[in-house]
Design a protein around this ligand. Structure first.
Ligand code: ATP
Length: 252
């Protein structure tokens, strides 16, 4: 079943076609990865999906619904969460507070209307805490639960960012370069978490990634971009052996 569809997406920045007629389908339960050399348009595709940019052309579909005109803050409410290439956490708050804030930002709705129903607010609060504690256990973050982000090693911050996205209970998780800044061992751990997020939580993952070891370990489908256009789409080995992809990576 198709969960997400990009149909002929395009965006221009001045004279540059950063994304030029990109189409792909992500099936429910897949790990789908976008690869490509620097400047290929990968992050721009992510920014189009999270509605940070409006496409010049094309359509975005999620669960059969056209989301091309949905506002960015409503994208999360539909069940799409993302992490960023550069970590965006509140550094002077604990892991627990970051996760609670992340969950509140997406789930609280209209505070004024909630204040009229205090008992239900308390119930919702308990549910938020339960979900956050569950994610802390799932990603083995108990040890860091009350640590301030500023005191965390970089690898642990990446896992907290992942946790924050999971706290919103997404159906589609967008990961922007999950291995960036991680060493080999931390990248292996990241592969393990992505694997478990798909297999145990049943969450569909769409990611941008440079590290081909991680791509090969976790991806069902790979899309290769260059100069904003699709070069190849298929299994990790099909895409990596595609002549156009080899040429793009070798700079030919
Ligand atoms: P990297 O792997 O280096 O992160 P990328 O594949 O994610 O690269 P993008 O960041 O999507 O590539 O950039 C694609 C092209 O669009 C580049 O030529 C870039 O300079 C241009 N671009 C991206 N965002 C903007 C913007 N806001 N304004 C102007 N040009 C932009």
């Amino acid at each position: 079943m198709t969960l997400f569809k990009a149909d002929n997406l395009a965006i221009n920045f001045g004279g540059i076609k950063a994304v030029d007629g990109v189409s792909f389908d992500v099936e429910k339960g897949q790990v789908f990865t976008i690869i490509g050399p620097n400047g290929a348009g990968k992050t721009t595709v992510f920014n189009l999906i999270s509605r940070i940019y409006d496409p010049t052309e094309g359509k975005l579909m999620f669960e059969g619904q056209d989301i091309t005109d949905v506002a960015p803050h409503n994208i999360a409410n539909l069940g799409i969460a993302r992490t960023f290439q550069n970590i965006e956490l509140f550094e002077h708050a604990t892991v627990l507070h970051n996760l609670l804030l992340g969950r509140h930002a997406h789930r609280s709705g209209n505070i004024a209307s909630q204040l009229l129903f205090l008992p239900s607010v308390r119930k919702a609060e308990l549910e938020h805490r339960e979900k956050v504690e569950h994610v802390i256990d799932f990603l083995d973050l108990q040890h860091y639960r009350d640590t301030y982000i500023v005191n965390l090693p970089y690898g642990a911050r990446k896992v907290v960012e992942l946790a924050r996205a999971l706290c919103t209970e997404p159906k589609l998780l967008l990961l922007d370069e999950p291995s960036s800044g991680l060493n080999t061992e931390e990248t292996e751990d990241m592969a393990f978490w992505i694997h478990d997020i798909r297999n145990e939580l049943g969450i569909t993952v769409l990611m941008v990634e440079h590290d081909m070891t991680l791509v090969n370990e976790v991806s069902d489908r790979v899309l290769a971009l260059n100069y904003g256009r699709v070069l190849a789409l298929g299994t990790p080995s099909e895409v990596q052996s595609h002549p156009e992809v080899i040429k793009a990576y070798l700079g030919g």
